[in-house]
Write a protein that binds this ligand. Structure first.
Ligand SMILES: [Zn+2]
Length: 146
C-alpha cells in the first residue's frame, strides 16, 4: 500500500469505531490505488476469540454485500435478517446496514451454529456479540435456523 494512502486513512479518525469494511474505499477516501479496507480497532487484538470472531463475521457480511454477492438463504435467515435490522438504532441503519448485508450476516450466524463452529449457544447470542451494544436498542430477536 502506498504510505501516503495509509496516512490518508489514518487521518480520517476512525479511532472510536469497533470495525469497518469498505470495498472500493479509494473512491471515498481519495486513495491513489484501488483499495478495499478492513479496519478492526486494536482493542480487538487482545480480546478472546469469542468476542472478536462475531464482529469479524459482521464485517465480512459487509464485504459480501458490497461486492453484490447474493446471499444463499435458507430456513429462518430472512426472518433473522429482519430481526437484525430491527435491533439497530436508526443512525446505524443508514450506514451500510442493508437487507442484503443482514441476510449474509444471518446466514453466516446460522451456518456457524449448525456446524458447531461458535461457542454461542444460540444464533441470537452470536448476533448480539457481533453488533456492538451501542449500535442496538436491545437484543437481536433471532430464531433457530433449522
Ligand atoms: Zn456493520
Amino acid at each position: 500500500m502506498n504510505p501516503n494512502d495509509f496516512k490518508i486513512i489514518e487521518s480520517k479518525g476512525f479511532f472510536d469505531n469497533d470495525a469497518g469494511f469498505r470495498v472500493g474505499a479509494h473512491k471515498l477516501l481519495g486513495l491513489s490505488k484501488p483499495t478495499d479496507v478492513f479496519l478492526l480497532n486494536a482493542d480487538y487484538f487482545t480480546v478472546d476469540e469469542k468476542r472478536a470472531v462475531p464482529l469479524i463475521v459482521h464485517e465480512l457480511a459487509h464485504f459480501f454485500d458490497q461486492i453484490d454477492e447474493e446471499p444463499a438463504i435458507e430456513t429462518n435467515d430472512d426472518e433473522n435478517a429482519e430481526a437484525i435490522l430491527k435491533s439497530l438504532r436508526p443512525e446505524v441503519l443508514v450506514r451500510e446496514h442493508t437487507k442484503r448485508w443482514a441476510l449474509h450476516f444471518a446466514r453466516a450466524a446460522r451456518v456457524l451454529q449448525v456446524k458447531n463452529l461458535t461457542p454461542y449457544s444460540t444464533i441470537g447470542k452470536f448476533l448480539d456479540a457481533a453488533i456492538p451494544s451501542d449500535d442496538r436498542d436491545g437484543p437481536v430477536r433471532a430464531r433457530k435456523g433449522w
